[in-house]
Design a protein around this ligand. Sequence first.
Ligand code: SF4
Length: 296
Amino acid sequence: MSDILSSCRLCPRECGADRRVKRGFCGESDKVRISRAEPHHWEEPPISGKGGAGTVFFTGCTLRCCYCQNYEISSLGKGFELSVAQLRDCFLRLMDMGAENIELVSPTQFVPQITEALDMLGNERPTVVYNSGGYEKAETIEMLKGYVDVYLPDLKYYSCELSRRYSAAADYFEKAITAIRAMQKQVGRPVYENALMKKGVIVRHLVLPHCRKDSIKLIEELREVFEPQDIVLSLMSQYTPMYKAAEFKELGRRVSSFEYESVLAAVEKAGFDGFFQERSSAEEDYVPEFFDKKYY
Ligand code: SF4
């Protein structure tokens, strides 16, 4: 593990930081940090189930989304340190609490430590869900083979201009679509058991104000890469101007019904199955409480 972290190239930033002595672009050193680990009932139904998803929110992020709902942990670094053994205990605690799975949220920068903690679980390993911003390297996804069952990546933008402007990642689509292809190849088409997803890929797309044409192009491109049965799509409407969104005038409002429904029509035309949020769900209270000290 120290080999990987001494010149880190886990994400497309490839910043090469020696994380034993300094933090990378993602804001993280070689010490695992999380900011919350609790069952969460507001994910897509086959992820949350009855017991809730066993979410573990990791601190830091490889993206810089100006509208990030979780900016306290992704950009401001709120969180607390855990050893790898404590991370294993944190997974066990969620399983004891009746969570349906372990859902790793924003985990990219800690993949080596996460696989080590999952190894410590041995045969007790539950379904593992990997929830990321989609800005990934196919090589890092390969490291997760046999560890992750369900991938839950975002696919945020098609346009380089938008991804550079809002997330500081001009190569976002190119990297994300390559990674999602690797994810789907690894875990295959969706498999359900008792209405819970046990294998598969759910691609999330958050519709942004003034960006419906980009969203439609993204759906069309996704259809070029995947057959409708290969993946599930989750089209999200909950955009709320937060964090640095105020610096971009065009992001200062919620998404209109027209915008959301025109993207929804593109999803239906492409034939993807999935989850579609009610617009009334666009509320700030989707953001859970985060902690800067171990609280459990
Ligand atoms: S995970 Fe962090 S340290 Fe590693 S390459 Fe990406 S930004 Fe740099």
